[in-house]
Design a protein around this ligand. Structure first.
Ligand SMILES: *Cc1c(COP(=O)(O)O)cnc(C)c1O
Length: 457
């Protein structure tokens, strides 16, 4: 095969960048379950979603058959400002670990928002603008999505209203200011601005909020404001579609050097970076052309794949969104307050849930102290200060590389390094001061949330 030494960074030229997103669902024989209207329990139709989401995005959301969607020229130009993202060969890490494994990571942190989320934010802002809307609303947890969306909205001159989970709003004032720099308005959630926010505050006074609750507020704001729609940074099929740009670039880069990965690893919150990274590889797997081990990594404190159930559930606490069939812990589940490492959504992408249910991918959960240990180790060796979310994938990539050290196998491991951790220094501080603990929910706790799942199936 190729004898050429693989460079530290495999870059693509502009002309090698993808011109179409790949829709993984087109190659699935058994499709992900449809979104349901909670009132009728019937599959959501485009017309019913039109009050909440943008038209073109609804079409992408509901399309299980079209394999490729052309990336509009305007979005491709924006991508060129910060893409292609490098695929890095982690030579330094391999050497330090003393592993025969070959480790690659796709680095998505090379933009101001600091994560892969900009890939979908710019697409969603583009379609909102194309529809002639005034603006969009959304929620943000750790703040990466809100930052990405505010950048995308300012590019297309759209108004951007962000509901930020209150504890992050207080813990991450710098994220908030980045969003305001790009012209977004940022409201701590739950707030008194919405009915659902008032209701949640009345039921749980002093709550520091949750993603599910901020989603409910953002949706309510969108449907009650003229010329606004709601946009979401993960979980949905359309987001996985946009994020396929990560996997397509990765595949092109690997193919250039004739490299075939054995193991592909990504962290999983709502599933968008993982769904995007694995898209073309899973496509080959679904078509019977190649086989890969694919591993989703989630926090032990929010273990939707590994300890959740595959069932219809609400996507938000206020139960205003459609229901999705997914691996879920129950829509009232909120990870314990000492959980710092992101990835705190109670559910999971319905596409990835279906693939996992069919046994086409694996999932593991990791404790946050182990995650931060890997994060710090990686920062010191590879130079990049990783986001806590990304560090879940780092942890498992290191663990797999250490297994290769024992067995002497020269496996090729690819993982997604979704972003940088500059705004997560409070969590790093806790880790350094020995104040970070691991809280893993008990079976009894999970059972109590599960008992409250809607009776649909
Ligand atoms: C949002 C985020 C994630 C998790 O979201 P997914 O939709 O599961 O990809 C992972 N890493 C970073 C840096 C993020 O900002």
């Amino acid at each position: 095969m190729k004898t050429e030494k693989i460079p530290y960074k495999i870059y693509l030229s502009e002309s090698e960048m993808p011109t179409a997103w790949y829709n993984l669902r087109a190659d699935m024989k058994k499709k992900p379950a449809p979104l349901l209207n909670p009132a009728t329990l019937q599959p959501m139709k485009a017309e019913e979603l039109a009050g909440v989401f943008c038209e073109d995005l609804i079409a992408q959301e509901l399309d299980n058959d079209t394999p490729f969607f052309e990336i509009p020229e305007e979005i491709r130009s924006f991508y060129k400002m910060y893409r292609p993202a490098p695929l890095v060969r982690a030579y330094c890490l391999e050497e330090k670990l003393g592993t025969p494994a070959k480790i690659y990571y796709k680095f998505e942190g090379n933009n101001t928002s600091g994560s892969h989320k900009l890939n979908s934010a710019i697409a969603q802002a583009y379609y909102a603008k194309k529809q002639g809307l005034k603006g969009v609303t959304t929620e943000t947890g750790a703040g990466q999505w809100g930052t990405a969306l505010s950048m995308a909205c300012s590019y297309f001159d759209l108004d951007c209203k962000v509901y930020m989970v209150k504890c992050s709003y207080e813990q991450k004032p710098f994220r908030r200011e980045v969003m305001r720099t790009y012209g977004a308005s940022v409201t701590p959630s739950p707030s008194m601005e919405t009915e659902v926010g008032n209701k949640i505050l009345a039921e749980h006074p002093g709550t520091t909020g949750s993603l599910g609750c901020a989603i409910s507020e953002a949706v309510e704001k969108a449907v009650t404001s003229d010329g606004y729609r709601y946009v979401l940074g993960s979980v949905l099929n359309q987001v996985l579609l946009h994020q396929s740009v990560i996997g397509l670039e990765t595949k092109t880069a690997l193919d250039k050097y004739g490299i075939k990965p054995d193991i592909i690893i990504g962290c999983a919150g709502g599933g968008s970076n993982l769904g995007g990274l694995i898209a073309p590889f899973m496509g080959e797997k679904l078509r019977g052309e190649a086989d890969y081990r694919i591993i989703a990594v989630e926090p032990a404190s929010c273990p939707s794949f590994t300890r959740g159930v595959y069932a219809y559930d609400f996507c938000d606490t206020g139960k205003v969104c459609p229901m999705a069939k997914m691996y879920t812990l129950g829509c009232d589940f909120i990870p314990s307050a000492n959980h710092a490492g992101g990835l705190r959504y109670h559910g999971m992408s319905s596409t990835l849930s279906e693939l996992y249910d069919q046994g086409l991918m694996e999932a593991v959960s990791v404790k946050q102290t182990d995650v931060f240990e890997a994060a710090e180790y990686f920062a010191r060796i590879e130079g990049i200060l990783p986001a806590p979310e990304s560090s879940h994938a780092i942890r498992v990539a290191i663990d797999e590389a250490l297994k290769c050290k024992e067995t002497g196998e020269e496996k090729t491991i690819v993982f997604g390094l979704t972003g940088t951790g500059y705004f997560d220094m409070v969590a790093y501080e806790k880790f350094h001061d020995g104040e970070m603990s691991d809280y893993i929910p008990t079976d009894e706790e999970l059972k109590a949330y599960r008992a409250k799942l809607p009776k649909v199936n």
